[in-house]
Design a protein around this ligand. Structure first.
Ligand code: GLC
Length: 686
């Protein structure tokens, strides 16, 4: 059951798709304090607090304070309170507490989850204008399911976007991209996507091309498509300030950019230097900016990533002026510690300065709203602008879209990648822990930069990260300018291992895609904490580094340097599956309990639950080469098992058609049958 409690005058975020009548009475579970701005509740000793989507620390959010405030934060260290996303969903699960909370509020939200007092939680908003949804259910899974129904169906990516993608800031020219593709193809490393970072543009201007380095873009897109490669360009939120550039001119002429108090357009700087920021909260602006994606759609592009949409601000025009004036005052002075710190702060404080976010406004249906009050809606509505355009211009075609900044609501228009992580082992663990939290909040098409974005990757880190990336819907290797190149062929000594690991992804695709599609269509989770599946098992409840994937698998990634294996907890007897390649599979029956499992760098290990099976493909070097109808069943069947298999054409939106489904069953005597309209050829790996 879901109840909506309304306070003040909530801003319409469109995060929720169900219109529930508001209740103005007392809120269950919480005491409402601080002029309705704080919701407080005790935490029972065994309660686990799940949720908050993309945040630092573990799956259990207890023991830290977080802040929903979409931030261009490149250092995802434990001490941080905010990253790029703001997902205001929490789920409290324990013996004496079981409920979900969604706070529909577009400004800053502070969460003190056992930080000030270990046994106490307080959620605080800036203004008492919000909708609070209390969700009750018998289990964590049921609560998440209801919440997902409340916020509407998650974005669905095309099937090709489940292939492996290679990215780097930056591939500067057609020739560089050709080389990346050629190296993958000649080494038989599967590949479906190459990402284009900001340098494909003319001076970092959205919806332009660098004509020197990408001279015939439409033809180049086709050349890539002939090799089963999709090019995926980046789009940034800031629009370069340059007269004669159509996006800038049209935005200025129509008043489409965010404005300062005096009514002039706000100017901040990003990659191109001074830039304007489209007022994505205004539907007219969304339609206009969304229409701009056609520039690339018309050239054959069918996927994008939206970036810098917190929005990131290197500095504001006004902030920079003020900083220079202050610096002048310090010139020629003897700077003591305080002054030198002040001097430093003048420069470092220029970026993403809270004062700047308070200095510009949106036009919300004729009403002026200061940006910081609705800050977390910005990236969401940039991606919505694209999503609404795709719906209009290619209504029956799926377009790949994922964003850096996000908030619940955006999950209907795109997925997310988790931004600028580093080539650190701790960030591999962070990704593992973020995935189920993101899934709860509706972000199913998600993944991190494999190998890490900042800092230098090593072969072993990249191998372990790839081994986990095999399971994430978005599987993309991406790295920053100036860091060690981390395309898999840069590590020749282990290139055959990468070929095999990525090849395993392609063999697993029928299962992974089927689970992803079912999770989106049925409002369920793709990655789940173990406790969701084994609620009575107290050991399972505490596991923070293993995940259930769909209803069949448990993944147990290795995320520590120089490890040759790891301890794994099995909440039930399971079959250990060890894959060295798409073809080389070994299995071993294991008992419930703790086990130390050796896991080498050249293999992928996962566990198959009792009386379950998963469909595998024979493999392929790109998604179109994978035959989703010619399946090998990997089984762990003692009595009988049934698997609901979903597959479709991968590009249209005819999701709910019965011809996309078949139910595969296996009886105790080993006989296998399929019932449904989706034709499949089956054999069994025994
Ligand atoms: C941001 C993005 C990163 C990208 C870079 C250059 O830092 O998060 O992925 O490579 O900008 O566009």
């Amino acid at each position: 059951m879901i109840r909506r409690y309304s306070f003040g005058h909530p801003f319409q975020t469109d995060a929720v798709v169900k219109d529930l009548p508001p209740i103005h009475g007392p809120v269950p579970y919480f005491t409402v304090e601080n002029d309705d701005c704080t919701l407080a509740c005790p935490l029972s000793s065994d309660t686990i607090v799940y949720g908050l989507g993309e945040t630092v620390r573990g799956i259990n959010k207890r023991g830290w304070h977080y802040c929903s405030n979409c931030s261009d934060e490149p250092q995802h260290t434990e001490g941080k309170q905010s990253l790029y996303a703001s997902d205001n969903f929490l789920l409290l699960a324990g013996k004496g507490q079981m409920f979900g909370v969604f706070l529909d509020y577009p400004g800053k939200v502070d969460y003190d989850i056992g930080y000030t007092n270990m046994n106490h939680m307080a959620v605080t908003v800036g203004n008492a204008d919000y909708d609070l949804y209390i969700i009750e259910g018998k289990s964590a899974e049921e609560i998440v399911h209801q919440f997902r129904g409340l916020i509407g169906r998650s974005y669905i990516a095309p099937k090709w976007a489940f292939g492996y993608g290679q990215s780097r800031w930056s591939y500067y020219s057609e020739d560089e991209v050709r080389e990346v593709v050629q190296k993958h193809r000649e080494n038989h490393v599967p590949l479906d996507m190459v990402y284009l970072d900001i340098d494909y543009m003319d001076h970092y201007k959205d919806f332009t091309l660098n004509d020197e380095t990408f001279p015939d873009f439409a033809e180049f897109v086709q050349e890539m498509r002939r090799q089963n490669i999709h090019l995926v360009p980046i789009i940034d939120a800031g629009v370069k300030q340059e007269r004669g550039y159509d996006v800038c001119d049209e935005g200025l002429e129509n008043g489409y950019f965010c404005k300062k108090e005096d009514g002039t357009p706000f100017v901040g700087a990003v990659w191109p230097g001074k830039a304007y920021f489209p007022d994505f909260l205004n539907p007219e602006v969304r339609a206009w900016f969304g229409g701009k994606y056609r520039f690339l759609l018309d050239k054959g592009i069918d996927g994008f990533w939206n970036d810098m949409n917190e929005p990131a601000l290197f500095y504001s025009e006004d902030g920079l002026k003020a900083a220079f004036a202050e610096m002048k005052k310090l010139e020629g002075k003897n700077l003591d510690m305080d002054k030198v710190n002040y001097f430093r702060e003048l420069v470092t404080g220029l970026s993403n300065n809270p004062k700047d976010y308070e200095s510009f406004y949106h036009n919300c249906g004729g009403k002026r709203v200061r940006h910081d009050k609705i800050h977390n809606l910005y990236g969401y509505n940039m991606t919505r602008s694209a999503g609404e355009a795709f719906e209009k211009y290619c209504p029956n075609k799926r377009v790949l879209m994922f964003s850096r900044s996000s908030m619940v609501g955006m999950h209907r228009y795109g997925g997310v990648w988790t931004g600028d992580n580093c080539s650190w082992w701790s960030h591999l663990l962070l990704e593992i822990q973020m995935m189920p939290s993101l899934n709860m909040c509706g972000f199913l098409y998600s993944g991190a930069d494999i190998g890490g974005f900042g800092d230098n990757a090593t072969a072993d880190l990249l191998l372990r990260w790839t081994a986990f990336g095999v399971f994430t819907p978005l599987m993309r290797n991406h790295s920053a300018l100036g860091t060690r190149c981390q395309e898999v062929y840069r590590f020749p000594e282990v290139l055959p291992v990468f070929r095999n690991l990525i090849g395993i992804r392609y063999a697993l695709l029928p299962y992974l895609y089927s689970e992803y599609m079912k999770a989106t269509l049925q409002d369920t989770m793709y990655f789940k904490p173990l406790a969701f599946v084994y609620p009575q098992d107290e050991d399972a409840a505490r596991v923070q580094d293993q995940l259930m994937l769909g209803d069949e698998l448990m993944v147990t990634p290795v995320y520590t340097q120089n490890a040759v294996g790891r301890t794994v907890y099995l909440p039930e007897p399971m079959k250990l599956v060890r894959m060295h390649s798409a073809q080389e599979i070994q299995t071993e029956q294991m008992e419930k309990g703790y086990h130390y499992i050796p896991i080498a760098l050249d293999e992928i290990v996962f566990f198959l639950r009792s009386d379950r099976m998963i469909p595998l493909a024979k493999g392929g070097e790109s998604v179109p080469e994978v035959d989703f109808g010619d399946l090998t069943l990997l089984v762990n069947v003692q009595h009988c098992a049934a698997y609901q298999y979903y597959s479709d054409d991968g590009c249209s939106k005819d999701y709910d058609n019965a011809k996309n489904r078949t139910c595969i069953t296996m009886k105790a005597d080993g006989t296998v049958s399929a019932e449904g309209q989706l034709p499949v050829k089956l054999d069994v790996k025994r």
